[in-house]
Design a protein around this ligand. Structure first.
Ligand code: NAP
Length: 296
């Protein structure tokens, strides 16, 4: 039997509809619209396309959106000053600095300069610390947040489930491993995090009721590594070629066509985790605006 496809595109649409209602209410009741600034340094084509999509989504929700493009050679000091300006701007509730930054700029220093109360990407150490402590008052990093939301909305049972996460990066593997093992909704699972030094990747994957793969290696997870009926979340986005029309051909980290014959539920690439990441960025921005209203 073929697996149920967990569509990130459909879930994103549902989340954005929910947010639209919240934004309208916020405007009517408090005269506040969520404000998001997206700072893009240089003109990396992939970064530009991500930022364009984020800006379009924010505008579609009726946000006050500023796209602040900066030249490739902006100094670290000037970028820090820009962040300081938005930290002190009451109309801005979320600051997003698109990564990666040019080599001469220390990314850590830049992320640490963002007011944790406006860090809607959830990368600031304060928000990461809150996430580790299970404090939902901070901002969860958007991709792991989106993964967990997909698991919840797909009706996957997480309590007591064996969750295996392939990858241990700071932006995906590590945070989602922690989140899936927390107490609470969409969590309470028993988590194993695997990486390049893991001895028997296949054996771990085969045990997984929930398999989350974020390695960046196309086709890494073979169909025979998947437990029958498992929920498979494929985070990988790999460019494996170019179509005749010049569009990148994308593939995930899981052999999708074969895997969908074995899994119970599975995310596609594209159209899976990717759209959810942007939806959760918008959700974090609305949350930040609400917190701003509560404080005022
Ligand atoms: P990353 O920083 O390169 O980390 C990859 C992780 O996978 C590392 O921990 C690495 O282990 C592990 N790994 C790599 N090859 C492996 C192998 N053969 N066996 C076992 N483990 C292996 O990547 P990332 O930033 O987490 O991103 C992972 C993928 O997700 C990429 O394709 C990226 O494009 C995609 N992504 C998608 C979204 C989205 O919104 N859809 C967001 C972020 C990332 P070591 O630590 O031992 O090196």
């Amino acid at each position: 039997m073929s697996a149920e496809i967990i569509s990130g595109t459909e879930m994103r649409a549902a989340i954005l509809d929910e947010l639209r209602v919240e934004v309208t209410k916020m405007k009517e009741q408090h005269g506040v619209v969520p404000g998001l600034v997206t700072i893009l340094v240089g003109a990396n084509p992939a970064s530009l396309s991500y930022v364009t999509l984020k800006v379009k989504t924010a505008l579609g929700l009726g946000f006050h959106e500023i796209q602040d493009d900066q030249p490739e050679d902006i100094t670290e000091e000037a970028l820090l000053q820009l962040i300081d300006k938005y930290n002190n701007d009451n109309s801005i509730h979320g600051i997003l600095v698109q990564l990666p930054l040019p080599k001469h700029i220390n990314e850590e220093k830049i992320i640490n300069a963002i007011d944790p109360g406006k860090d809607v990407d959830g990368f600031h150490p304060v928000n990461l610390g809150r996430m580790v402590l299970g404090d939902r008052d901070g901002f969860l990093p958007c991709t792991p947040y989106g993964i967990q939301e997909m698991i919840i909305r797909s009706g996957t049972e997480t309590s007591g489930a064996e969750t295996v996460v392939v990858g241990r990066s700071n932006i995906v593997g590590k945070p989602i491993s922690i989140m899936m093992g927390q107490k609470g909704e969409g969590a309470n699972s028993t988590v194993t995090m695997v990486h390049t030094r893991t001895q028997d990747l296949e054996a771990h994957c085969k045990r997984a009721d929930i398999l989350i793969v974020a390695a960046g290696v196309p086709g890494l997870v073979k169909p025979e590594w998947i437990k029958a009926g498992a929920t498979v979340i494929d985070v990988g986005v790999n460019r494996i070629g170019m179509s005749d029309s010049g569009k990148a051909i994308l593939s995930g980290d899981v052999a999708f066509d074969e895997a969908k014959q074995i899994a119970g539920k599975i995310t596609p690439v594209p159209g899976g985790v990717g759209p959810m990441t942007i939806a959760m960025l918008m959700k974090n921005t609305v949350k930040s605006a609400k917190k701003h209203i509560e404080k005022a």
